[in-house]
Ligand binder design. Structure first.
Ligand code: PA5
Length: 466
C-alpha cells in the first residue's frame, strides 16, 4: 500500500507558528471525520449525490466491455488519438504517462509489443493540432472522443476536423470503425451523432463528474487500448477503497491529509497547496490534482447557501527539476504553502553513475546511483523546508505500477471529497467552469445563447483596450 507521512506538518517539528498539533487536532476532529466518511459511504449509491465514482473500482461490466473492445481492435491501429479536455483528458494523460514505458510514442512497434502509440489532444492550439494531424496516418488511427456533456466546444470542434480527416483517409463508410465515443448514455450532441453515424460507444456514468471519471471508461478504455493492465488498476482502487472506509482518522490516510490541508489553510493561512512528485513519470498527476483540487474546492457558497470565497490554490511542481526554480520561493518567500511530496521507493531501473572524473569535484557521484541521488534530493528538500519551518507531507509509492498509481489517485479523490465537507461546500459542482463554457458558446454563435452573446459583447468592449 502507499504510505502517508505527516510528521513535517507537526508543531513538534516545525514549531507552533506554522505547524499543527496533529495529535490534538486528530482527536478534536475524530467525530467529525467519522461522520463525514460514514456519510460519504452512505450517500454514494444515491442518485444526484455525484458520488458514483466511489463505485468505479467495482464496475466489472465496464471492465469486461472495455477489455472486449480493446482485444477486438488489437493490432488494427498504429495510433490512438484521444480527444477531450479537463476531466475528460487529464486522468488519462496522467495515468498513461505514469504507466507506459517512457517515450512510448517514440518506441518501435516491437518495443511497444505492438500496442499503438497514444496521443491526448487536450487543447485547441491550431499549430499543435495541425502538427499532430500532419504526423498521423489516419488510415491507421483510432479516435476516442470523450465528452460527458457531449457539446464541449474544444472537443467537438476537434472532432469535427478529425472526422473530416478520417473520411478523407478511409472513406465515408469505413471511417465509423475508426471512432469510439465516450459520453453520456442518453443525452448530448455526441450521443446524438454517435447514434446517427453508428459509432461504437462507451458511457460516462451518471453522477460521476469529469475530474472524478478517470476510472470509468473515460480512462479505462485508452489504458486498455495502449496495453495497460486495467485489472491491476481495479485491484489498487478496491484495496484503497477498503482502507479508506475506515472511519478512524488515525487509520485513514485520505482523512489525515484532507484535515491537514484544510487546517493549514484556515488556521495557519497556508492556502497554497503544492503537489511535487519526485518522478517525471508522475508529473501529470500534478496537473490532474490541480484540476481536482481547484474545481472541487474553489467555491463561493456554503452548502447552506451563505456567500463565501473559499478554496486553496493548487500548484504543480516537479522534483528534482523545481528544486532549481520554485524551491527558492518555497524556502524563503511567504510561508503560505503546504507541500505534498510524492516519492517512489523503487524505480523500475537502477541507473548507476560510472566512476569517472575521480580527480575532480564530481568524483563523489561515481559509483552511486541516480536512484539514490533522486531520493537524496527529495530528503534534502524536505529537510531544508523543515529548517525554514515550512510544512510538508509525503506520500510514498513502493513502485510505479497500476496498483499503486490507482491507489494514489483514489486516495486523492477521497481526500478532495473529505476536504469539501470540511470546507462545507459542494465538492462536485463547477459553476465557474460552466459559466466560461457558456460564454464560449455565446461568442461562437451557438443557438439559444443570443442574449448572452449581446451582453458579452458589451462587457468585452468595456474590458478591452481599443
Ligand atoms: O471536471 C469537469 O467537470 C470539467 O473539467 C470537464 O471535464 C470538462 O469541462 C470537459 O467536459 P466534457 O467532458 O463535458 O466535455
Amino acid at each position: 500500500m502507499i504510505n502517508f507521512d505527516y510528521r513535517n506538518a507537526d508543531s513538534s517539528v516545525i514549531g507552533s507558528e506554522n505547524g499543527l498539533d496533529l495529535a490534538n487536532e486528530f482527536s478534536q476532529y475524530k467525530d467529525r471525520i467519522r461522520e463525514i466518511i460514514a456519510d460519504l459511504n452512505k450517500r454514494k449509491d444515491k442518485p444526484g449525490q455525484w458520488l458514483q465514482w466511489m463505485n468505479l473500482g467495482y464496475n466489472e461490466e465496464t471492465l469486461w466491455y472495455v477489455k472486449e473492445y480493446a482485444s477486438m481492435v488489437r493490432g488494427r491501429f498504429d495510433n490512438v488519438l484521444v480527444l477531450g479536455i479537463g476531466g475528460s483528458a487529464l486522468g488519462g494523460l496522467a495515468v498513461t504517462e505514469a504507466l507506459l514505458k517512457p517515450y512510448w510514442n517514440l518506441l518501435t512497434p516491437e518495443q511497444r509489443n505492438n500496442f499503438p502509440r497514444i496521443f491526448f489532444l487536450d487543447n485547441i492550439d491550431p499549430d499543435t493540432m495541425n502538427g499532430l494531424f500532419e504526423l498521423l496516418d489516419f488510415k491507421k488511427t483510432l479516435v476516442n472522443v470523450i465528452t460527458k456533456s457531449g457539446s464541449t466546444a474544444e472537443t467537438m470542434s476537434q472532432f469535427m476536423i478529425v472526422k473530416d480527416l478520417l473520411v478523407k483517409a478511409v472513406g465515408e463508410d469505413e471511417y465509423r470503425k475508426h471512432v469510439v465515443a465516450t459520453t453520456d448514455k442518453q443525452t448530448g450532441v455526441l450521443r446524438q451523432i454517435a447514434e446517427q453515424e453508428g459509432y461504437k460507444t462507451f458511457v460516462v456514468p451518471d453522477d460521476v463528474g469529469g475530474r472524478f471519471s478517470v476510472f470509468s471508461a473515460v480512462g479505462l478504455l485508452p489504458f486498455a487500448l495502449a496495453g495497460i493492465d486495467i485489472d491491476e488498476i481495479m485491484n489498487g482502487i478496491k484495496d484503497m477503497d477498503l482502507a479508506l472506509k475506515n472511519t478512524d482518522i488515525n487509520e485513514n490516510i485520505a482523512a489525515q491529509s484532507a484535515l491537514i490541508q484544510f487546517l493549514m489553510d484556515v488556521k495557519k493561512g497556508k492556502n497554497l497547496s503544492v503537489m511535487m512528485p519526485y518522478s517525471s513519470r508522475l508529473r501529470y498527476i500534478s496537473d490532474w490534482y490541480v484540476q481536482l483540487w481547484a474545481e472541487s474546492l474553489g467555491k463561493c457558497e456554503t452548502l447552506q447557501g451563505q456567500h463565501v470565497h473559499v478554496g486553496p490554490t493548487p500548484i504543480k511542481a516537479l522534483g528534482a527539476t523545481d528544486q532549481h526554480s520554485q524551491i527558492q520561493l518555497y524556502n524563503e518567500g511567504p510561508n503560505d504553502k503546504i507541500i505534498t511530496f510524492i516519492r517512489v521507493e523503487n524505480f523500475d531501473t537502477q541507473l548507476e553513475i560510472p566512476k569517472i572524473f575521480e580527480y575532480t569535484g564530481i568524483g563523489y557521484l561515481g559509483g552511486k546511483t541516480i536512484n539514490a541521488l533522486m531520493n537524496a534530493e527529495a530528503d534534502s528538500t524536505r529537510v531544508s523546508l523543515s529548517d525554514y519551518a515550512r510544512p510538508t507531507v509525503t506520500i510514498t509509492l513502493p513502485k510505479i505500477d497500476g496498483y499503486h498509481v490507482a491507489q494514489l489517485i483514489y486516495m486523492l479523490e477521497i481526500q478532495a471529497a473529505i476536504a469539501g465537507e470540511l470546507y462545507n461546500i459542494n465538492t462536485f459542482n463547477q459553476p465557474g467552469v460552466e459559466q466560461a463554457k457558456n460564454y464560449t458558446y455565446a461568442l461562437m454563435g451557438r443557438a439559444g445563447y443570443e442574449d448572452s452573446a449581446k451582453s458579452l459583447q458589451s462587457k468585452l468592449e468595456m474590458i478591452t483596450k481599443s
